[in-house]
Write a protein that binds this ligand. Structure first.
Ligand SMILES: [Zn+2]
Ligand SMILES: [Zn+2]
Length: 123
């Protein structure tokens, strides 16, 4: 594969990541199947690993699921529907105030699990 081709494929992976909402690597791969069939599953996994290593995307470890990737790298929390798996961004989540003495917080990954409106939470 030429370097240009490789760059184009990485860009396609990034575009898919932005088009989808907090996708897993498998979801990115499935999305690309219909658009860029030349992009292999291995390319998707390698590109996502490189993006998260360089800080271009954030790798999320959500409850009981494979890793998801987020093109929004600013600090924010997530709400996740346990039925359909959809993920929403939650901004401005405060850090917990009951931290150990002398502890310097750098990041706080919060995940709120529940059932979304579409899945019939409806309260
Ligand atoms: Zn749902
Ligand atoms: Zn997010």
């Amino acid at each position: 594969m030429t370097p240009q081709r490789r760059t184009a494929q990485k860009q396609a992976v990034f575009d898919a990541l932005c088009a989808l909402d907090h996708p897993s690597a498998t979801e990115v791969f499935e999305y690309l199947q219909g658009r860029e069939p030349a992009v292999s599953r291995g390319t998707v996994f390698r590109a996502l690993a490189a993006f998260s290593e360089s800080g271009k995307v954030k790798k999320l470890r959500l409850l009981g699921d494979e890793a998801h990737y987020d093109s929004n790298t600013s600090p924010h929390a997530h709400a996740r529907c346990r039925l359909c798996g959809r993920v929403w961004d939650i901004e401005n989540v405060p850090l917990p105030r009951s931290l150990p003495a002398g502890f310097c917080p750098e990041a706080c990954e919060v995940e709120v699990s529940g059932v979304c409106d579409a899945c019939g939470c409806g309260r």
